[in-house]
Write a protein that binds this ligand. Structure first.
Ligand code: SAJ
Length: 415
């Protein structure tokens, strides 16, 4: 069996490598030639625990190969981005994947959409494929047995723990017809140790969105508590710790905001599809999106205080740019947004420490007052220390090095 994984990013590449490590022949497809070249050398372009070794060995054994244009295969797994732009979901990458895959489809194929998608996207994908291939029978309404099966099986893996969760997590599998669901379940059972739960295609789409909206709302609750605690002069980390001793309470951790390509995006798909009903989901998004501004106001107040005491250019250490601990992903990262805004002020020197990046992102580079350095050096050179990401490396920071610094600890590492 030849599996083609379309989109070799944070989900597609680990999936492709994992399948290859189980002895399946895998063809990875990505429109970016640099990504394809990197993978074919046995190297990786993202940070994910243990991914480097498994890509190296599967490419070396000839089980995993990357290309820029799809070739015929038995199963196509589509894992491309589905961002949210200007108040609307952008499914253009899914459409592009359909246009790429359509011409190489054959009778007997299975096409699975893993990208987190607004309700209705998988049906749309199927219609596009049907338009492209009138010679094949697709599982559209009342169409009977199909030549090509189409299903949605949303990825549910946690960045940083992807290779384990691809195997261990339960999967929701929504085929366009029962035939499609059965075929997709049989495919996932080849490598998935979790339960493969059948669903309708729209149920599978909304289920994934609901999972991420649930987490977003829970983080918003923690973030709102942090605002309340600031007002009341109470330590929010201690409050959460004590409250969580209740047997039915499990409050999440406040932070500088919610980032990443999933939780900061997916709830908007629900809001866009049912704006009148999704009131709590929208408010949670707004609460979480307001957090970077709160952190910035705190840092600005310290900078103003230092300036009024004679400092010409206060130094600010920004510890971490990634959207969360122990990953290199800066998509929708509140830490990055905060650092960018501080850089825009122009009247402070910015010392950025991000152990997972080799160089500053474009939005911060080329500015004389922004430098990338190690965390200890950033702290030594700054008067204000903003801890923005709780990376493992930052646990090693000597507490003594923080003496006499203005601390903005957004993750409760030192609180
Ligand atoms: N965060 C907090 N406080 C917390 C937990 C998280 O501020 O207590 C922040 C993080 O720092 C980060 C953001 O929330 O900025 C999201 O991080 P996360 O670890 O909660 O989630 P993701 O985005 O890495 O992965 C989520 C997962 N979804 C759920 O847990 C419901 C994952 O299972 C999904 O597969 C993934 O989204 C996805 O791809 O959709």
């Amino acid at each position: 069996m030849l599996i083609s994984v379309v989109g070799l990013g944070y989900i597609g590449l680990p999936t492709a490598a994992l399948l290859a490590s189980r002895g399946m022949r895998v063809l990875g497809v990505d429109i970016n030639p640099r990504v394809v070249e990197t993978i074919n050398k046995g190297l990786i372009h993202i940070v994910e625990a243990d991914l480097d070794a498994i890509v190296y060995s599967t490419v070396g054994k000839g089980l995993l190969r990357a290309v820029t244009k799809p070739e015929p295969a038995d199963v196509f797994v589509i894992a491309v981005p589905t961002p949210f732009h200007d108040g609307a979901p952008d499914i253009s990458h899914v459409e592009q994947a359909a246009r790429m895959v359509g011409p190489v489809l054959r009778a007997g194929n299975l096409v699975i959409l893993e990208s987190t998608s607004p309700v209705g996207t998988t049906e749309h994908l199927c219609s596009l494929l049907a338009e492209l291939r009138p010679d094949l029978k697709f599982p559209l309404a009342g169409n009977g047995e199909a030549d090509v099966c189409v299903a949605h099986c949303p990825e549910r893996v946690l960045p940083g723990n992807v290779l384990r969760e691809i195997v261990k997590n339960d999967r929701i599998i929504g085929g366009l017809t029962e035939q499609c669901t059965k075929r997709a379940i049989a495919f996932y059972q080849l490598f998935c140790e979790g339960e493969c739960l059948p669903a309708s295609v729209r149920m599978a789409e909304l289920c994934k969105l609901a999972e991420n909206a649930f987490r977003d709302i829970n983080i918003a609750f923690a973030n709102e508590l942090s605002l309340i605690c600031d007002r009341l002069g109470i330590n929010v980390w201690e409050l959460v710790r004590l409250a969580n001793h209740h047997p039915r309470v499990n409050i999440l951790q406040p932070g500088p905001g919610v980032g990443g390509h999933c939780i900061a995006v997916d709830p908007w798909f629900i809001v866009a599809s049912a704006p009148e009903q999704a009131r709590l989901i929208r408010t949670a998004r707004e609460v979480n999106d307001s957090k970077p501004g709160v952190v910035l106001r705190e840092i600005r107040a310290y900078a103003n205080e230092l300036k009024s005491n004679g400092a010409l250019r206060p130094g600010i250490a920004c510890l971490g740019l990634a959207f969360k601990a122990d990953v290199d992903d800066i998509r929708e990262s509140p830490a990055l947004a905060i650092s960018e805004e501080i850089a825009r002020w122009g009247d402070c020197d910015v010392f950025v420490a991000e152990p997972h990046l080799k160089r500053l992102p474009d939005s911060l580079s080329g500015k004389n007052h922004v430098v990338m350095t190690s965390a200890p050096d950033a702290i030594a050179r700054a008067e204000i220390v903003a801890l923005l990401v709780n990376h493992r490396q930052f646990l090693q920071i000597e507490r003594a090095s923080l003496t006499n610094k203005k601390i903005v600890d957004t993750r409760g590492l030192w609180s």
